[in-house]
Write a protein that binds this ligand. Structure first.
Ligand SMILES: *Cc1c(COP(=O)(O)O)cnc(C)c1O
Length: 390
């Protein structure tokens, strides 16, 4: 078989296994309502948790930045692409989360590669929760350090391993909020281990920043911790901040080391100032408009209370991610399709993104939703139940 035949065959196979992925084409901006195929759908699957992706003040900040700073950074950070706007953003971000320092990356994917490959070498061990985001898993696989995955939340096993590591350098990486489940990692226990066993502990807070902690300062803040000592924090800016990029925050010795060593930092063009301006404006609005944060949490409560009365398998989550477990791949797809017919965009998440037999509807809530939006989603879920889809 030649390339074309082989690839066509595997695409057909994915199709018949109900695993073929396709893209929704949006005819307009991201928001609580989106236009797809000429229809307006109520959007319950974006990560725009605070409703910033199309915020008028942020759009204005982007236009102003284009006028003042231009549209392209023109170079990597270490050559001549590190602009004042970016430097200020890093400082503001660090202050906001209570870190000594912060470093801006193009994406969370790249930041995860950077962190898992800049501090440890062959003689070290990396530990990761099995439910970690694909970017952490990929980064761990590529790292030269020994790579070890533990069962979701299994702190006993992790502690044994850290003890057994003895003098070897250790790095523990975890989603702070698990992206497909919405639950929290045992943050305090991990933090304790980080001190007791001198393990560098990296918290990927892509789904906690903006959603948990004081005014959205994130998961660590929600349990009274800051990214200091052996703790490093990742916040991604494409989710709750409605922008693009990612920030690693921690003691300066770590961010300085990343500047020296992180290939995904050194060998790539610095983010455009327009994009950084969006993140900066969003960071300001998190504080100015903290009603968004309150509103999001009130919607989470309303949604959970309403779904509880339906007896659906709602997963245990206090975050904006509120998945309903379906199990079977095709059943999850059928639910998602039916919801689309009813005017709701909710994606079915299937393996390999989640373990086999745990396909789910990944419902996400946003401060841009109204209580009425949430009530109508609950009505639609009732209809799915009536038609025996859920
Ligand atoms: C989205 C996500 C990332 C990747 O961030 P990007 O900036 O989108 O590349 C990393 N980790 C987790 C847990 C995520 O959900």
């Amino acid at each position: 078989m030649n390339w074309h035949q082989q690839l066509s065959l595997s695409l057909e196979q994915a199709e018949s296994d109900h695993l073929r992925r396709s893209r929704n084409l949006l005819d307009g901006p991201q928001g609580p309502k989106v236009q797809i195929d000429g229809a307006e759908l109520s959007n319950f699957c974006s990560n725009d948790y605070l409703g910033f992706a199309s915020h008028p003040k942020i759009k204005k900040a982007v236009i102003d930045a284009a006028k003042e700073w231009g549209v392209g950074s023109g170079s990597s950070h270490l050559v001549c692409g590190h602009q004042g706007l970016t430097e200020s953003f890093e400082q503001d971000f660090a202050a906001f989360v209570g870190a000594e320092s912060a470093l801006l990356f193009s994406t969370g994917y790249m930041a995860n590669f950077a962190v898992l490959n800049s501090f440890v070498d062959r003689d070290a061990l990396i530990f990761q929760d099995k439910f970690n985001h694909a970017s952490l898993i990929d980064a761990g696989r590529l790292s030269r350090a020994g790579f070890n995955r533990y069962q979701h939340g299994d702190m006993n096993y992790l502690e044994q391993q850290l003890k057994a590591a003895g003098e070897k350098p250790t790095l523990v990486a975890t989603d702070a909020v698990f992206s497909m489940d919405g639950d929290l990692a045992p943050l305090e226990q991990l933090s304790e281990f980080s001190m007791r066993y001198d393990a560098l502990t990296y918290f990927d807070d892509a789904h906690g920043f903006g959603v948990l902690g004081n005014q959205g300062r994130g998961s660590l803040n929600s349990v009274g911790l800051a990214p200091t000592g052996n703790r490093l924090l990742l916040a991604t800016l494409g989710k709750a901040l409605g922008s693009f990029g990612a920030v690693v925050a921690g003691d300066k010795v770590f961010t300085d080391t990343l500047i020296q060593k992180a290939r995904p930092y050194i060998y790539t063009t610095a983010l455009p100032p327009t994009v950084v301006a969006a993140s900066s404006a969003a960071l300001g609005l998190m504080q100015e408009e903290d009603w968004r944060f309150q509103h999001l949490h009130s919607l989470i409560k309303i949604f959970r209370n309403s779904v509880a009365t339906l007896g659906l398998h709602l997963m245990d989550s206090q975050t904006a991610i509120q998945p309903i477990l379906v199990g079977d791949n095709q059943a999850a797809l059928d639910c998602s399709n039916k919801l689309k017919d009813l005017g709701f965009l909710v994606t079915a998440i299937r393996p390999p993104t989640v373990p086999n037999g745990t396909a789910r509807l990944r419902i996400t809530l946003s401060a841009a939703h109204t209580e009425a939006d949430v009530a109508s989603l609950v009505e639609a879920l009732k209809q799915l139940q009536k038609s025996d889809l859920l």
